[in-house]
Design a protein around this ligand. Sequence first.
Ligand SMILES: O=C(O)CCC(=O)C(=O)O
Length: 258
Amino acid sequence: MITGEQLQALDRDGFLVLPELLEKAQLEALRSRIEELFQLEGEHAGSEFKKEAGARRLANCVNKGNVFEEAVQIPEVLTANAHIMGPNFKLSSLNVRSTDPNSAADQPLHVDMNAIADEHGYWVANTIFMLDDFTPDNGATRIVPGSHRWKQRPQEQMTDPFAAHPEQILVTGKAGTLVICNAHTWHGGTANRTAKPRRAMHSFYCRADKPQQQFQKRLIDAATQAHFSPELRKLLALDDPENDRLSEIVAVTSGFLK
Ligand SMILES: O=C(O)CCC(=O)C(=O)O
């Protein structure tokens, strides 16, 4: 489980690396289902959320296999999320992002959902699953440690959020490693200068009083929802009328629907 020291590091740095937390079998099952989905979805892959030049994407993954249901409920991640946001949080989305070989550009530094902590504190947390080794050359995520405490977005402080920040670091590690992020911390993917894709999965959570990035109740098939445990239903806010109200507005205005 997560130690007090690790939680202190998360408070200080805005992220925490859990080296090779995934079992080999779980990692293999994720990789193999993800590649199958890329094949099946073809041009439409990622379309429930967004497409991105230089990367393959998948969205709405809880709808797409038991292996993903397990992945959003990892106890260490849930403990860290509660530490960041308080006990009332929910899954906001589960996406895959695979940086293409020889992709040209870094992503801009950003905070997820453009979120700034409010009077109740932090409200977004994102766990990056390294599905391949993250190396200095293949598009490892860059993070600016401590920037979650600045209460500013990169675009408000930097003239060019695509540029390197003097305090940024690259988070490298072995496949199976998880990076738990306070998602107010400035971060972004980097260019992949190798001949192989760099695959990551993003398990994104938000506080209960905020809208989901992807409205899980509307996006997940009824037949799939029918076998969910009570714990998973709660994590996805499937029975929460306030979430229905909040997330429906975002779903309609953003067009993030199937
Ligand atoms: O894939 C990564 O390394 C980070 C991606 C990211 O931050 C995003 O797509 O919002």
